[in-house]
Design a protein around this ligand. Structure first.
Ligand code: HEM
Length: 388
C-alpha cells in the first residue's frame, strides 16, 4: 500500500485502470498526504476538499497571489480569483443562462442518433473517435455559436493543452501546451472578429465592455477555456460514462426513466468522472485534516478520492442512479466550479437518451486503453459495436 516509501503514482498502470482502491486506502490511512513528486499536499476526504475549494481567501488559484506569475494567454476565469474573477465569470454565466439549452440538447440527441444509425453498419468502432469527440465538439460549438473546427486538427491541439495539465509531473509537456494555447487563441480571435452566428459568444460580445483591454483579454481567454476545456472534459466524461454503462447494461436500460436519466448523468460523473483533481496554494499557514500546511505550499483536492468518500456518499463504490442529494465534486466546487455544468449535463443526457432509444444495443468489443494522463481520466480508445 502507498506510503512515504511507495508514493502514490497516478500514472501507474493499475491506477490508470482503476484508481479507487489505492485512493480509498490513502483516505483511510493518511487522508492528507505529502506527494514529493508534485511537492503538494494531497486531500482525499470530501470535507477537506470542499473546505479548500470554498475558502478562496485562504487557498489561491491565482499564482500571482503567492508570488508566482501567469502568462497573459492564461489569464482567464480559471486563473483569476474573486474579486478580480467576478466580472468575467458572471458575464459567461449570464450569457450561458440566456442560451436555449433544451434546443442544444435536442440537436445533440439527433446527432448521436444519426451517428448510431451510421455506426450500426460499421462493425467494431472506437467510441472515443466516433461518438465522444464529435458529440463534444458539436455541443460546445453549438453553445458558443461558432463553426465546429475539424475534429482531427482540433483534437491534436486540445490534447497538447490537456497533457500540459500534467506539467507538475512532467515539465516537458508545458511548452507544447503553450504553443497549442497560442494556436487555439488565434482561432478564438477569428471567432470574435468574424463569427456572426447567434450563441453564447455573440451574447458575451454584446455585454462585454470593449474599452478595457484587460477585460477584453480575460473574455477572449475565457472563451478559449470554454471551448477547449469544455470539449476535452466532455469527451473524457462521455468515454468514461459509456464504459461504465457498457459494463452495466441494466443501468442504461433503467435510464429510460427521465427521472433516473436526470440524476443518473450526475451519478456517472461522480462514479468515474474525468477531472481527477485541482491545485490551490495556501496564502497563509493553516491546518487541514490535522496536518500543518505552510504558507505558499500547494494543496491538491483529489476529486476522484472525494467522490468515493463513504462519509459523504453511502455505498460510495456503487453506481446509484437515483442518488439524491449528490454533492459530488466532479464539476468542482466554489468560485471555480464548472461554468459549463448545465451544458455538460445536457450533452450527457442527449448521449444516454439516444443510446437507450436506439434499436441496436451498444456492446463492448474488448478493453479500452486509458490515456497516460493524471489530471484527466480518459480513454484513448474504447472499442464497441452495435448489436441488432
Ligand atoms: C462532463 C463534462 C465536464 C466536467 C466533468 C467538467 C468539470 C469541471 C471541473 C471539475 C472544473 C473545476 C476545476 C477546478 O476547480 O480547478 C471545471 C471548470 C470549468 N469548466 Fe467544466 N466540466 C465539464 C464540461 C464543461 C463544459 C461543456 C464547459 C463549457 C462549455 C466547461 C467550462 C468550464 C470552465 C470555463 C471552467 C473554469 C471555471 C472557473 O475556474 O471559474 N466545462 N469543469
Amino acid at each position: 500500500m502507498p506510503s512515504a516509501n511507495a508514493p502514490y503514482d497516478p500514472l501507474d498502470a493499475q491506477n490508470l485502470h482503476n484508481p479507487y482502491p489505492v485512493l480509498a486506502e490513502l483516505r483511510r490511512t493518511e487522508p492528507v498526504f505529502w506527494h514529493e513528486g508534485m511537492a503538494s499536499w494531497m486531500l482525499t476526504r470530501h470535507a477537506d476538499c470542499v473546505r479548500v475549494l470554498r475558502d478562496h481567501g485562504l487557498f489561491a488559484r491565482d499564482p500571482r497571489r503567492t508570488g508566482g506569475s501567469v502568462p497573459e494567454p492564461s489569464l482567464s476565469v480559471q486563473t483569476l480569483d474573486p474579486p478580480q474573477q467576478n466580472h468575467v465569470r458572471s458575464l459567461f454565466m449570464t450569457a450561458l443562462r440566456a442560451q436555449d439549452l433544451p434546443a442544444v440538447e435536442a440537436r445533440a440527441r439527433r446527432l448521436v442518433a444519426s451517428r448510431l444509425d451510421a455506426l450500426t453498419r460499421a462493425g467494431e468502432f472506437d467510441v472515443v473517435a466516433e461518438l465522444a469527440v464529435p458529440l463534444s465538439v458539436a455541443v460546445v460549438a453549438d453553445l458558443l455559436g461558432v463553426e465546429p473546427p475539424s475534429y482531427t486538427e482540433f483534437a491534436a491541439v486540445s490534447d497538447a493543452i490537456m497533457q500540459s495539465m500534467d506539467g507538475g509531473l512532467n515539465p516537458t509537456l508545458v511548452e507544447p501546451g503553450r504553443i497549442a494555447r497560442q494556436q487555439l487563441s488565434e482561432l478564438v480571435d477569428s471567432w470574435f472578429t468574424a463569427s456572426s452566428r447567434p450563441g453564447l459568444l455573440a451574447r458575451v460580445r454584446q455585454m462585454a465592455p470593449s474599452a478595457d483591454p484587460h477585460a477584453r483579454l480575460y473574455v477572449k481567454n475565457t472563451a478559449r477555456v470554454m471551448f477547449q476545456g469544455g470539449y476535452s472534459t466532455m469527451a473524457a466524461a462521455i468515454g468514461n460514462a459509456v464504459a461504465v454503462l457498457l459494463a452495466r447494461p441494466e443501468a442504461l436500460e433503467r435510464m429510460r426513466d427521465p427521472a433516473l436519466l436526470a440524476t443518473g448523468v450526475d451519478e456517472l460523473v461522480r462514479f468515474d468522472g474525468p477531472v481527477q483533481g485541482t491545485t490551490r496554494v495556501a496564502v497563509r499557514a493553516c491546518r487541514i485534516g490535522g496536518v500543518d500546511v505552510a504558507s505558499g505550499q500547494k494543496v491538491v483536492p483529489l476529486f476522484a478520492a472525494a467522490n468515493r468518500d463513504p462519509a459523504a456518499f453511502p455505498g460510495a463504490d456503487r453506481l446509484v442512479l437515483e442518488r439524491t442529494p449528490n454533492p459530488h465534486l466532479g464539476y468542482g466546487w466554489g468560485p471555480h466550479s464548472c461554468v459549463g455544468t448545465t451544458v455538460a449535463q445536457a450533452g450527457l443526457r442527449a448521449l444516454v437518451a439516444a443510446l437507450v432509444e436506439h434499436p441496436a444495443r451498444l456492446v463492448a468489443a474488448g478493453d479500452g486503453v486509458r490515456r497516460r494522463t493524471a489530471t484527466m481520466r480518459a480513454f484513448e480508445t474504447l472499442p464497441a459495436f452495435l448489436h441488432r
